[in-house]
Design a protein around this ligand. Structure first.
Ligand SMILES: C[S@@+](CC[C@H](N)C(=O)[O-])C[C@H]1O[C@@H](n2cnc3c(N)ncnc32)[C@H](O)[C@@H]1O
Length: 245
């Protein structure tokens, strides 16, 4: 179960060195899917005040960077004290490895035309929150944009908790809010800094079925089948759409 995993021992430095030292081909594809979705949506609502949340942000800033041009406030939620410490450090001025992810986002005009220094703006809008996604009492519909990357299937081996994590994610979004989420398909678990972390072995079909109950305009994409970051999974699934009204 999620509560039994030693999340406070998750090593963000090791995790980044395996996953986010540079933009891997799969990241580039994911970023393109997510940035085009957000940009197409928010182009239609200039000036609207948006509150974003990245659920289980961990040591990955690119979902937050994808939300940055559209948001007045971004919550980075995680239950691991080491990841929260990492995120707090990054909110004061993020590391140079994230610049390449921002450049990737800037292949879309909505990002390229952003008039602010992203590092400065990130400092102003990001709020890091240590918390458990299963227990954010009283926060229904608080956020108007959301991301959840490699979380629901990568925090538990239980299908019930996988489904529950997705339900909670949508519960915190306002009806109609755009979202993007990413999943490791058929993951057998993963190792970070010498510790094993669990995963729920879900297929694309099951991911779609679970998301469909909460989302409209849902599209899913399978990426990275031929350029894997490690063994023990089939592909990465990216989903985008809107919270069902
Ligand atoms: C596989 S990592 C994904 C990190 C990041 N989103 C990414 O894209 O690489 C899973 C993250 O979920 C966090 N996490 C685990 N259980 C959680 C919970 N109940 N509530 C919030 N975050 C949780 C972990 O601390 C970790 O940062």
């Amino acid at each position: 179960m999620n509560a039994d995993v030693p999340w406070d021992e998750f090593n963000p430095v090791d995790y980044i060195s395996h996953n986010y030292r540079s933009v891997l081909p799969a990241d580039a594809k994911i970023i393109a899917i997510v940035r085009d979705h957000f940009s197409d949506h928010f182009r239609r609502f200039p000036g609207r005040r948006i509150r974003g949340i990245d659920v289980g942000a961990g040591a990955n800033l690119y979902p937050a960077l994808a939300m940055l041009p559209w948001c007045d406030e971004i919550t980075l939620l995680d239950r691991s004290s080491r990841n929260v410490e990492y995120l707090l450090g990054q909110s004061d001025g993020y590391d140079a490895n994230w610049d390449a992810f921002w450049r990737e986002l800037c292949q879309n005009d909505g990002y390229a035309a952003y008039p602010h220094d992203p590092r400065e703006r990130f400092k102003q809008v990001v709020r890091v929150e240590e918390g458990d996604l299963f227990h954010l009492a009283g926060q229904e519909g608080r956020w108007t944009l959301g991301t959840m990357f490699f979380v629901a299937e990568s925090i538990t081996a239980s299908k019930t908790e996988f489904e529950q994590a997705i339900k909670c994610f949508f519960h915190y979004l306002e009806p109609g809010a755009p979202f993007a989420a990413a999943f490791m398909e058929k993951s057998e678990g993963y190792e970070v800094g010498g510790l094993d972390f669990p995963a729920c072995k879900v297929r694309r079909r099951q991911i779609r079925r679970t998301l469909r109950g909460h989302a409209k305009g849902l599209r899913t994409f399978s990426v990275g089948k031929h350029d894997k970051v490690r063994d023990g999974y089939k592909s990465m699934i990216v989903a985008r759409g809107y919270r069902r009204t």
